[in-house]
Each structure stands twice: as C-alpha cells, then as structure tokens.
Write a protein that binds this ligand. Sequence first.
Ligand code: FAD
Ligand code: SIN
Length: 527
Amino acid sequence: MKDDLVDENINTDFLIVGSGIAGLYTAMKLSTLGNVIVITKGEKKESSTQYAQGGIAAVLDKGDSWDLHMKDTLDAGDDFCDEEAVRTLVKEGPDRVKELIELGTRFDYIEGELDLAKEGAHSRRRVLHARGDATGEEIRESLTEHIIALENVELHERTFLVDLLVHEDSFAGALCWDKNASELLFYHAVYGILATGGCGMVYENTTNPEVTTGDGVAVAYRAGANIRDMEFIQFHPTALYDPKGDPFLISETVRGEGGFLRNEDGERFMKDHHEDAELAPRDVVARAIIEEAEKFGKEHVWLDVTHLSPKYLEGRFPNIFKKLNERGIDPTQRWIPVAPSAHYMIGGVETDLYGQTSMNNLYACGETACAGVHGANRLASNSLLEGIVFGHRIYEKIKREGFKKNHDHRYPEDLDTPSLGIKEPKMETLKKEVGDNMMRYAGIKRERKGLSKLIRWLERKLKAAEDVDGWNTDDHEVKNMLTVGLLISRSALLREESRGTHYRSDHPYKKEAWKNKHVVLNKEEGS
Ligand code: FAD
Ligand code: SIN
C-alpha cells in the first residue's frame, strides 16, 4: 500500500516551490484564486533573490522607452532572444514594478525621484535599487511580509522537493521531505509551479547561495518536461577574487557609477575589447578579463574605484563596502581583485509566455524557467523583472481558463515511490569534484574534447549515485547537480558555434545555421 510509505498527505490548490521573488510574487497573485502552499528547502530568506544587489530594470523614466529597453535586451542576447518574450517583459515590467512599490517595497529615491542606476549594455539609467545595494533583500522582505499575512497562503520552510508525481502526463503532486520532522510528505495540488531558481552551485566559483543546486530543472527533467538552452550559463565578470574559493559579487552598478577595470600593468583594457568599455555586455567583459589575466599569468584583474568619491561610494554600496572591509580591503585606497564567477542559468524548464511547461498543469517561472527572454546572454537586472512579469502571466492564464478547486486526493496507487531509507550524506567530496570539473570543462571556454570527457565522467557518477540505496537531501542535491551538469554539457557539446555566454574555442564564431536553433532535452525522448 503506497500510502503507508508517505507520512502525510497535504492538499492545496497551488503548490509553489521556492521562496525567491518568483515564488513569492506568484503566491501573492494566485492567492486571489485559491489556496496556496509555498515550500522552500531552507530558511525562507535563502534564495538568490535575497542577495540581488544591482536592482530591477524597468522603463519608468520619461527619457526612456520600451523600444530602448527591448533593443538593449535583444542586443545583449546576441541574436537569440524570443522577441515576443522580450516585448512582454519590457511592456508589462513597469506595471509589475509599480505593484511592488504599492505593496510597500521601498526603492531608493533622490530628490523625490526614483534613483535609477546604469548597468552594462543598458543605454539608459533604468535600474531601480533599494538600500543602496540590497535590492533583493528589500523586495523579498516586502513580499514575504505580505504573503504570510494572507489567510489562504502557507509557507513551509525546510521542506525539500524530491520529485514530481505525474499521472496521465499531467502534474499530480510532489513528494517532499520535511527536514524538521524527518518525514516524507505527499503534496497534492491541482497546479505545480516551479520557482526553484538557478544552478550556480554546479560550478566551484559562483556568486550564488548554497540552495542553487538546480533542483527544479533536474526534477522537471526526471518527470519528462522539456529543458531548453542549458548551454548558456552567465558568468558575472566581477566577483571578488578569492583564492580560498569564497567569492562574492561586486555589482555591475559599481562600474555603472564609474569603476574601471585594469590589468596587471594598470591599463584600462576594456577599451580595446568593446566600444562600451567597462559597460560592454557581460559575456564580452568576462572573456576579456580571462584573456587579460592569462596574459600576465594571473587569475584576476583589478577593479579601480579610487578616483571616485569615497563618501558617495560608501553610501551607495554599503554591503559591498562592509564585505570588502571584512576581508581587509579598503576600496577607496586600493584596487579590488576581481574575476568572473558563475552567476545565472539562462536556460531551464521550457515554458511558453504564460509559464506553461511542456507538461499539463506544471508551470515554471523565475530563473528556473526558460521562456527565451535572455537569449544567449542576459541583460543585467532583467532577472528580478522576469520573475514578476511571468509570475503574473501564470495567474492571468489560470484565472482566464478557470480552474477546479482541489478535492481531497490520496497518493495515487499506480505511482512508484522513490527508494527510501535515510542515510548519512556520502557525496560531499563528489559535490566539490562536480564544481571543479564543470569550471574546467564547461566554464567560460569549452571545446569538444573536454566536454565529451566531462559527459562520460558525469554519466558514470550519476549512474553510481543512482545505485546508492537510500538518500538524504544533501545527497539528493548532488544527484541533481550531476543531472544539471549533464544537461549543460550535453547542450554545450551539441551547439557547435559561439554565441553570447556559450564560447566554443573549437567553433569560435557565431553561425547563421544556429541562429534559430534551440537545444531542447527531454528524458522521455532519450535526449
Ligand atoms: P531564487 O531567488 O533563487 O529562489 C529559489 C528558491 O527555491 C529558494 O527559496 C530555494 O531555497 C528554493 N528551492 C530550490 N530548490 C528547492 C527544492 N528542491 N525544494 C524546495 N525549495 C527549493 N538579478 C537582477 O535582476 N538584478 C540584480 O541586481 C541581481 N543581482 C544578483 C546578485 C547575486 C549575488 C545573485 C546570486 C543573483 C543576482 N541576480 C540579479 C539574479 C537574481 O537574483 C535571480 O535570478 C533571481 O533572484 C531568481 O529568483 P527566483 O525566485 O527565480 O529564484
Ligand atoms: C549586479 O548587481 O551586477 C547583478 C545584476 C544582475 O545580475 O542582474
């Protein structure tokens, strides 16, 4: 009797996985239609959203326009964005941001006007920020406060999504592990919404927090959903270089406020790489940094803000200053060592423009989804925006179509249960090896031989991990990382060209034949 293996059956209308901007905002919207449960695998604040610095891009200035925001996004995306998705993002973005303001998010103002910042590849100042460089924290807090006050929304912390349950090709619920009670739970919901964020932890050097192990993508792939564009992983050009492997982000807005990049000889090298110098698209800056560092046999270059007003900088970037000071760096006096670090998963669970995945009743939004907005290289500060624009569209679609409320369901009799038996984590060392190998063979530069070797290694390790009897959530994350690593490297091997963040040293140019081709992987179809 399958029910005997599940400690508790929980019923709701909407099950949302993830407590970042995408999950919280979508929960707020869907709560007007029915009962919502948000689950999150750690404490509620743990998410990339919490650490977002630069801000959220939206056309809210008289001198700006949708057309310009659209052009900037398309240009940065390197001929690979879905134009309709971008149009939706830039046109609907301002209303969604105004909603955040109405619900209490306090962005920074200067003389009564929004203090808009500039970032790489933006032709206008259009990035709203909060508490200087703590934009994500402010947004997350205001959304969380709002939804936990709602009667029909529950937020379950320390609840780990293990796998989705699928019945007759439709989302049927989710198996989750309650880390507090050490119990297996079956959540049954009419709709599932994946808002599990990105996969930075798959790389040894990342700006992302520990929760970003790509679980949503791995889970959706195992369930049979389409996964798209995984070869495009954005490296942020300027993370603090830390030989001990604990980098943190130095926002692009620091360069937006006039910071210079210098090589070991003190030269401002970006002028030689792109006409927009330090504010060129991220993929260009990241590759230029690697090139300049290698020229001098180094692993980093320098970010120089010593020519800027110390008082202004400290007020504008309080968190970055605090963190640098903790590491003994006074940026007003000396240059900051910086190097690229894995930052953003551009691909993900394939969706249409209403967050619908290839599986009935399963939706995805935020970083875990791929609707084609970011093309081959995301424009800075478009990601927080994407979470709310497409979260809203999920709500719009479900509202328009009407939905049946959930009636008590039990664990379906004809579904398999995963192998159970809680064991001590065994895969910690493997986690580190995944990060090292992904950096080495599927990082900023890739080529056929390295990718093929990586794929063979990942396949072997995943097979061995699957044969381990019993699991715990730490090991399960490592299995998810192996799965996501495979999706990235298989996609990167298939795309025989260089475009945006995907650079193949054996195919160093963009190819017309690949312009409209997406790599879509699906387990059921054997890819
Ligand atoms: P997240 O905010 O990452 O939330 C994902 C949630 O899913 C988390 O709560 C996580 O615990 C949960 N979860 C994951 N797996 C499971 C599971 N198996 N079971 C249960 N729960 C699970 N973008 C911008 O637009 N502007 C910026 O200024 C900016 N700055 C950034 C700075 C940093 C340091 C980083 C790392 C990213 C930044 N980004 C920025 C990117 C942006 O923050 C993220 O893309 C965005 O916040 C993603 O939101 P999300 O809701 O999709 O995912
Ligand atoms: C940053 O502040 O540089 C990060 C912005 C982003 O990733 O969109």
